[in-house]
Write a protein that binds this ligand. Structure first.
Ligand code: ADP
Length: 310
């Protein structure tokens, strides 16, 4: 079974308001609420790929209850660490062709709660083959928290895929115990080095040769519509995808992580791992829902992904 971790999940609420008036009352008829958070998107797509998955992380309050109900509706097993505070709402107001977002930062965890979660995580690993960790950490937890989760995975011989950014990513990369795979997008990679990383093969190779990535089996730099640039062991690959009509690209990176996790769990060949990860990413962009793919379209798109060794 794959374990998908979301440390700061949310309920994502979208308010379509044709003509938003500031400093006035605005009424909304159609409210859409979904269980949000990057790891929950990963869990949904892993499930759609036909693999067993369990969602974990930290949640609480009535918002936490809603998230669990939504996961149950999708038949996704869950085992979260419950806290007394409310999980967060993230609101998107869709107005005049624009999207204005109001994102709560969520609960603040104590060091004891962090330690108790790690204990739960350690226990959950008994029935797990592979772990994905996605998104940001809640307030209160030190930025080395994911690094500890990677280390616990390593102790038990379980590969861990980390998809995070900023300080948490830096900590994970600077630690001696490395994750099995990471999936930064080009913006996250640029932020890591404090420079604008170009999308060319030579530029990406120059960056990924940095010793910071030594020991990570798979470094998948996703490049949106341009596919990905990948370092696997000492080899580099450019992966290209067909041109498609994008409906909603939100969550594509999470879909890529889900495809990567499923393919690695199935011990597929290098080329099939990359094709699977790209196919789930692009399938997410052609659906309106976030963290949703139409599995019937998997085969035809898989055939159109191209891989070139650099
Ligand atoms: P993130 O969502 O983490 O920013 P990306 O935008 O790089 O990640 O997208 C992840 C993957 O999803 C890409 O590697 C690609 O396979 C697919 N994808 C994303 N945007 C597009 C797009 N506009 N057209 C086709 N595929 C896309």
């Amino acid at each position: 079974m794959i374990l998908a971790v979301t440390m700061n999940p949310s309920v994502d609420i979208s308010y379509p308001i044709q003509d938003l008036k500031l400093d006035h009352v605005n009424r909304v008829e159609n409210v859409y609420k979904t269980a949000g958070g990057k790891g929950l998107n990963v869990a949904r797509i892993v499930k759609q790929m036909g693999e067993d998955v369990m969602a974990t992380g930290v949640l609480g309050g009535t918002i936490g209850d809603f998230i669990i109900q939504e996961l149950k509706k999708s038949d996704i097993g869950n085992n979260f660490f419950k806290i007394n505070q409310e999980s967060r709402n993230c609101i998107a107001i869709l107005h005049d062709g624009k999207q204005t977002e109001i994102l709560e930062s969520g609960p603040t965890l104590s060091a004891e709660e962090g330690a108790a979660f790690l204990e739960k995580y350690r226990e959950l690993l008994f029935e797990i083959t592979l772990v994905t960790i996605s998104g940001s950490l809640p307030k209160g937890l030190e930025s080395g928290f994911y690094q500890m989760m990677v280390e616990i995975g390593q102790e038990k011989g379980i590969p861990v895929i980390v998809d995070t950014s900023g300080k948490s990513l830096k900590q994970v990369l600077n630690h001696k115990v490395k994750p099995f795979a990471i999936k930064p997008n080009i913006a996250e990679l640029s932020q890591l080095f404090g420079i604008e990383v170009e999308r060319s093969n030579s530029s990406l190779k120059r960056v990924l040769i940095n010793e910071m990535f030594d020991g990570i089996e798979w470094v998948v730099v996703s490049l949106g519509e341009s596919g990905a640039f990948v370092k696997h062991g000492g080899d580099y690959y450019r992966v290209t995808i067909p041109a498609i009509d994008v409906v909603n690209p939100v969550g594509s990176g999470d879909a890529t992580v889900a495809g990567l996790a499923v393919a690695l769990k199935r011990k597929q060949s290098v080329s099939d791992v990359l094709k699977t990860a790209m196919t789930t990413g692009l399938l997410n962009t052609i659906e309106a829902g976030t963290g949703y793919i139409d599995i019937a379209k998997f085969g035809p798109f898989f055939e159109l992904v191209e891989i070139k060794k650099i």
